[in-house]
Design a protein around this ligand. Structure first.
Ligand code: SF4
Ligand code: SF4
Length: 487
């Protein structure tokens, strides 16, 4: 690829080679030695001369090189980027991150802890992708960089062991995942959680924020084992069979949302099939540097759903849906899987994307009859999948529901997969900012369509003492479409 490379100077990239230098040139003013969200500047080594690129890294980076080259450095994405909004730092914005990874790919700068920190602070929220006039797609760049760098990332032994357990042992197996969630349920209802919280132990070990994210639930899991739920209604909209992607978190800790989704689909006249063999979509792996794990889960998901031919694959999690739609790109260079992945991705539809095209039964008011609601755009639904109007259109069909918009509606809430666990401070700041925007609307209910946002909003609103209820859009539609006799 050498001939395609440009060797022009790059202020942002070179700032990392000489970390004490402060450069300023036009709109690329770079200020260094600030407090980096997720890691204190004192943690960075002054002798950070760089780490050798692991073998195979160059090929992964080069696969996204055209994507990096598309950036014309216009800066239109900066104010959409959560980490740039919080820090005002170029290296913490999309343009800076692309410049860094491009310079790394071109061999102009080494792989350093500081570079990795700037890239790792990215929420992979795709807000920059959404507004970029040049068609840069940040998600695949981050997936490639994190996979390329992972073998060289310095982590404590226990963190490595934990990653292996989570990525290689837990998520690939739904029976194990369900067992873990069942243990979490025991932890909540047995009183152990209450004791640990009251004693301050969770705060002492830095797990208080993570604990706040746990939702109350009963282990009424939806186990996809090839069953089909029949359609309801008079069939005037045409009976259609759809496949449900049940998800790992959605089918366990948030199984009530999966059950609600099935009921709403049935009421829209669809039979709902739950192919066996499905599990986690691999998004967590892809965004955490385990590309091989993501590929393996993608292949197993694709194989599980091929039984459904070309039926729509319905997903109620924005993050999972974005990942499923990315399989075509993820496996594009795999001769055995490329066409199967592309075909599978073309079948995937978010539940609200699908339901907006269907006739739903007559809706009833929810709650006391008149309710003010605001809708939280999940990044991977709005930015990555461009689905913003369909959920709002569905909500407007509910009698008595007043839909109001919040300020900064496209700004990430700080959830971003496990970002609120790995970067608790930044996530808390973004979550609190989002909670303030929600509270300012006066809404009694905030609706979202992604498990991460659901848990993050719940935790941050509770932290403020707000009584605003957080609901998944499928729960709300389930209540609104439930037969009157059953309500
Ligand atoms: S909007 Fe696109 S082209 Fe412009 S700086 Fe951002 S990523 Fe680059
Ligand atoms: S993906 Fe989100 S956090 Fe990352 S650079 Fe783009 S806007 Fe910023």
């Amino acid at each position: 690829m050498g001939s395609r490379m440009t060797r022009t100077g790059d202020a942002m990239a070179e700032s990392l080679v000489a970390p004490r230098q402060v450069t300023g040139s036009g709109d690329m003013h770079v200020v260094l030695r600030y407090t980096i969200p997720g890691r204190a500047s004192s943690d960075l080594r002054d002798d950070d001369a760089g780490i050798a690129l692991p073998s195979g890294a160059q090929a992964l980076l080069e696969a996204e090189y055209e994507n990096m080259l598309a950036c014309v450095r216009c800066g239109l994405c900066l104010t959409s980027c959560p980490t740039y909004v919080l820090t005002g730092n170029e290296n913490e914005g999309p343009r800076g991150r692309i410049a860094l990874v491009r310079a790394l790919t071109e061999g102009r700068i080494p792989l350093t802890d500081e570079l990795l920190t700037h890239e790792d602070n990215c929420l992979a929220c795709d807000a920059c992708t959404d507004v970029c006039p040049a068609g840069v797609h940040m998600g695949p760049i981050q997936v490639a960089l994190r996979a390329a760098a992972e073998p060289a990332v310095r982590r404590p032994v226990w963190v490595r062991a934990l990653r292996t357990m989570v990525f290689d042992w837990l998520f690939p197996s739904m029976p194990r995942f369900r067992f873990l969630v069942w243990l979490v349920w025991i932890y909540q209802v047995s009183g152990i959680r209450a004791v640990l919280r009251a004693s301050g132990f969770l705060r002492l070990i830095g797990m208080s924020d993570a604990d706040d994210l746990l939702p109350p639930f009963v282990p009424d899991f939806l186990i996809a084992s090839g069953q089909t739920y029949p359609p309801e209604g008079d069939g005037s909209d045409g009976a259609e069979t759809v496949d449900l992607f049940a998800g790992c978190v959605m089918s366990t800790a948030l199984a009530s949302v999966d059950h609600a989704t099935v009921r709403v689909l049935q009421r829209s006249g669809c039979a709902v099939s739950c192919p066996s063999g499905q599990g986690c979509c691999g998004a967590l792996h892809a965004h955490s540097g385990d590309r091989a794990g993501a590929v393996s889960l993608a292949q197993s998901t694709i194989a599980s759903f091929e039984v459904g031919g070309d039926r729509p694959v319905i997903v109620n999690s924005g993050g999972c849906g974005a990942m499923l739609k990315e399989y075509g790109h993820l496996l594009a260079d795999d001769l055995d899987w490329a066409s199967r992945a592309k075909r599978f991705s073309s079948r995937v539809m978010d539940a609200s994307e699908f339901l907006a095209t269907r006739t739903l039964p007559v809706m009833h008011p929810i709650g006391a009859g008149s309710v003010r609601v605001t809708y939280q755009d999940a990044c991977h639904l709005s930015h990555a999948q461009k689905i913003t109007s369909q959920p709002r259109e569905l909500l407007r069909r509910v009698p008595g529901l007043e839909l109001t918009e919040m300020a900064e509606r496209s700004l990430c809430c700080g959830s971003a997969g496990v970002y609120n666990v790995t970067h608790p401070e930044t996530a808390r700041e973004l979550g609190s900012r989002k909670a303030e925007s929600i509270i300012a609307t006066g809404a009694e209910v905030v609706v979202t369509a992604n498990p991460g946002c659901y848990l993050q909003l719940r935790a941050r609103l509770q932290a403020t003492g707000s009584k605003t209820e957080v609901r998944h859009i499928m729960e709300l539609l389930d209540e609104a479409t439930a037969p009157v006799i059953a309500r």
